[in-house]
Design a binder for this molecule. Structure first.
Ligand code: F6P
Length: 549
């Protein structure tokens, strides 16, 4: 692999982009639309059932030209090719990054270090499908001979957020005879509330942990096991506990038979793992055929990403546009608003995927970076978000680039409600772009004058020029959702490559974990280490206030 170090902010195109930003930042998008009737056609792309409209952005042909130059300066195409062929681009962990291999068709081949990984992927997938078919058909029964009706996924981070998000989005495809819960928080109320609704004889627990060393997950799994054993025996565990992990010895040590374990590989990052056996609860919910469609949607986006010129490439454009605002406009955040109740967990999933990937202050070779990297990702479902934080988007002082995601068709036709939803989504993107001028407000307030008008007029002005992408799915189907998710994965990769970070490690999460484990020891009353006055005070307060059961 090439180890050429590219300090992207030293490349001349970096300065040219800053210059271009200074020269164009006063141009209002309204003017760009007025100058070009074809702006939507020029700046929108369609791939099967997914349309991206990126015309409501502060950009021109020149901006895109410069951004593509930036991508070339960072050797984006080279990094895309290296990822695709399975080079160890996760340098700090010396691992390949191959979540795309999880969605390759069975007929494909991808040889990494002399081994074709596709048959391995297919072997686990087919085993998982077989298991899923047995559970869904009632062939796999609980220890009293009853069918499995409840599935509880115990996992956290990528072992929770991805499958939970996909499960919520694809509920219309769910087996109505089964219920699915996701337990992630080590706060006992999460598990306790779920268990209170479960019948142990009909419940299947999936312990999902890539490392099988995550304390939150293991504690919840042990608590679930104790709860189960109140009405069953050790021998019954095999029918009610399965594991998804890369760590067979730890799974065995926990007491789960490796025959009930579904594996994956170190080249699948946790936040990219929903396509692997981590998707088991989703497979159980929607069945193998729909899960295969989800994988196919992801594969379609991969093919588009790897094979389409940068200027027609959906994830590349999203990545570049994000960099335009983040790096050259100094925007600190990026909002994601799905106008789809089923997609309401999407912001949380993308938040982990993006912030854990690109929240880095050093480059992939350990070099200090002199510029901001990953933005704060946040968001909430529309239209609820309109009644929560849109005030700031419309009239606040900050630049907040947004993604609006909306489906053209609904699984739940209820009177005119879907049209109302879509109207709201489109109206918001229009209002954010256009704003409202003084002349327009004066017309509205024609009945006012004097002080009253002076006070109200500025408050009713909307500057507009707030950028957004609209991503329209024909419908939230497994295939389209697969495309959407893979699109965001590649967008994050594009940005990581340009900033020069390794998007596939997460050392920052480790430190908090280490401290928590030391502190736990001290909260048990063991010898206290050195702490600042605040932490010491809070620990003492806990020790004095907490009543152990
Ligand atoms: O939050 C850190 C992290 O390592 C994530 O990257 C990962 O998705 C999560 O913890 C859970 O890890 P595991 O699947 O190993 O339990």
């Amino acid at each position: 692999m090439s180890t050429d170090r590219i300090f992207i902010n030293e490349h001349p195109v970096w300065a040219r982009l800053h210059q271009h930003q200074r020269a164009t930042r006063h141009v209002h998008m309204k003017e760009l639309f007025a100058q070009d009737e074809q702006r939507f056609d020029r700046y929108s792309l369609q791939l099967d059932g997914l349309l991206l409209d990126y015309s409501k952005n502060r950009l021109t042909e020149r901006t895109l030209e410069l951004l593509v130059e930036l991508a070339d300066a960072a050797d984006l195409r080279g990094w895309m090719a290296r990822m695709r062929r399975g080079e160890r681009i996760n340098i700090s962990e010396k691992r390949a990054v191959l979540h795309t291999a999880l969605r390759l068709p069975a007929t494909a081949s991808l040889v990494v270090d002399g081994v074709d990984v596709v048959p391995q992927v297919q072997q686990v997938l087919q085993r998982a499908y077989q298991f899923v078919r047995r559970v869904r058909s009632g062939e796999w029964l609980g220890h009293t001979g009853q069918r499995i009706r409840q599935v509880v996924n115990i996992g956290i981070g990528g072992s929770d957020l991805g499958p939970l998000m996909v499960a919520e989005a694809l509920k219309p495809y769910a087996d109505p005879g089964m219920r699915f819960d996701y337990v992630s928080n080590v706060d006992g109320q999460h598990l306790a509330q779920v268990l209170a609704t479960c019948d142990p004889a009909q419940t299947l627990f999936i312990v999902a942990s890539k490392s099988f060393a995550t304390p939150e997950t293991l504690l919840n799994a042990q608590a679930a096991r104790r709860w189960f054993l109140q009405s069953a025996t050790e021998a019954d565990i095999a029918r009610h506990f399965v594991a998804v992990s890369t760590n067979e010895p730890a799974v065995r040590a926990f007491g789960i038979d490796p025959a009930n374990m579904f594996g994956f590989w170190d080249w699948v990052g946790g936040r990219y793992s929903v396509w692997s056996a981590i998707g088991l609860p989703v497979m159980l919910q929607i069945g193998p055929e729909h899960f295969a469609d989800f994988l196919a949607g992801g594969a379609r986006m991969d093919q588009h990403f790897f094979e389409t010129p940068l200027l027609r490439n959906i994830p590349v454009l999203l990545g570049l546009i994000g960099i335009w605002y983040n790096t050259f406009y100094g925007a600190h955040t990026h909002a994601i608003m799905p106008y789809d109740h089923g997609l309401r967990r999407l912001p949380a999933h993308i938040q982990q995927m993006d912030m854990e990937s690109n929240g880095k202050r050093v480059g992939r070779y350990g070099e200090r970076l002199d510029f901001d990297t990953g933005p704060v990702i946040w968001g909430e479902e529309g239209v609820n978000s309109q009644h929560a934080f849109f005030q700031l988007l419309h009239q606040g002082t900050r630049l907040v680039p947004c993604d609006f995601i909306v489906a053209m068709n609904t699984h739940y036709p209820l009177g005119d409600q879907h049209r109302v939803l879509v109207a709201n989504c489109l109206a918001q993107t229009e209002a954010l772009m256009r704003g409202k001028t003084e002349a327009e407000v004066l017309q509205e307030l024609a009945h006012l004058s004097g002080d009253e008008l002076d006070i109200l007029l500025p408050q009713k002005l909307f500057p507009g020029n707030q950028p957004s992408n609209t991503i329209a799915l024909d419908k939230v189907t497994p295939y389209n959702l697969g495309m959407l998710l893979a699109m965001y994965e590649h967008k994050v990769f594009v940005q990581g490559v340009i900033w020069g970070v390794n998007s596939f490690d997460q050392w920052g999460v480790e430190y908090g974990k280490q401290l928590a484990s030391r502190l736990l020891d001290e909260l048990h009353g063991n010898q206290a280490g050195r702490h600042d006055a605040s932490t010491r005070g809070l620990m003492q307060h806990f020790m004095a206030t907490y009543h152990a059961e």
